[in-house]
Design a binder for this molecule. Sequence first.
Ligand code: ADP
Ligand code: MG
Length: 395
Amino acid sequence: MNIHEYQAHALFEKFGVPSPKGYPAASVADFDAALAKLPDGPVVVKSQIHAGGRGKGTFTDGFKGGVKVCKTKAEAREMATKMLGNTLVTLQTGAAGRKVQTIYFTPACDIKKEYYLSILLDRASSRPVIVVSTEGGMSIEDVAHNTPEKIIKVLVDPAIGLADYQVRQLIFALGFNPAEAKNATKLIKALYTMFWETDASMVEINPLITTKDDQVMALDAKVGFDDNALFRHSEIVALRDLNEEDSKEIEASKYGLSYIALDGNIACLVNGAGLAMSTMDIIKHFGGTPANFLDVGGGASKDQVVAAFKIILGDPNVKGILVNIFGGIMDCNVIASGVVEAVKEVGLELPLVVRLEGNNVEAGKTTLNSSGLKLVSGDTMADAAQKIVKLVSAA
Ligand code: ADP
Ligand code: MG
């Protein structure tokens, strides 16, 4: 789950990471109140979307720049009015862009130099990695490609935490003067604490800046959290902005389903992530392409199965469905009843192959067979996969 920059700044404040004190506004009527809270002087107007590259982005009506440094509050108000409700396209949004629904006003900082700082999870070493560079404010992918020696990484042992010598390594790599070094040390330690305690998966600050009076501050903020840890962070779940997420994936998460849309045309409804992966593999093996990953989980209810089936049927790319269930904890009849109920509600014109095995399988088969549903049974995984691939390619 990702959050907006203004929400990230509020978290920074809580953990003692210095950043400009700004105010968000979600309607033109609220602009003046937000601007009134800022000190006089230059103001930065920032479009709030879950994507970077806003400064260099272009709105679909041709207006350029999703981040604007303005000399006065009046100018800031005018720029904000052009951005709010407008659709911003950046290198990270895709061609469709994202509609700006909140504007963030912050005081402009007198920047001495821009740096890059992020903390991520390094999956290869199973450790948090802190990444820094003196080349801040620009695309870090370009820096990594053109001048990889300018990217410095420090791996943190999660059992020990961030050690002082590691912070010194980072500070040295960034070439700070003693006053900056002192401030940067505090900032890096506070940021690591935030990363760790909130179960973040990514905190990216680009740019981290120094000012003429040697302050060190996080200007930009891109923060994401590990979905699997959200259950213990209700204060973070409250920051979720559904406008920024794929509607099918939102629907799936409401029902506790693990769903990821893919490019193919054979939808899969499966219980268990391992079985879901092997079902996708076997579809590929027999020449088909999966339309999604969908794991209804070990103990899915009928409501969850109905929701899952409706999400699948709502995807226009889907040309056939394979239900592949191994009932260990799962009761096959719950799946069967869910499928029958979903089809009753939304209809089914596509070929459907069902393979059920395990707990209460006979009752499940009876439910399906007596429903009058037009479906094809598969005896084994291979048999079911071959059948759905054949039906979809014949259609
Ligand atoms: P994005 O990365 O999405 O383009 P940023 O927040 O990094 O958005 O803003 C783009 C650029 O705008 C920054 O690299 C910085 O040069 C400038 N900028 C952003 N916030 C401020 C600020 N508070 N004061 C001065 N300049 C800023
Ligand atoms: Mg940036």
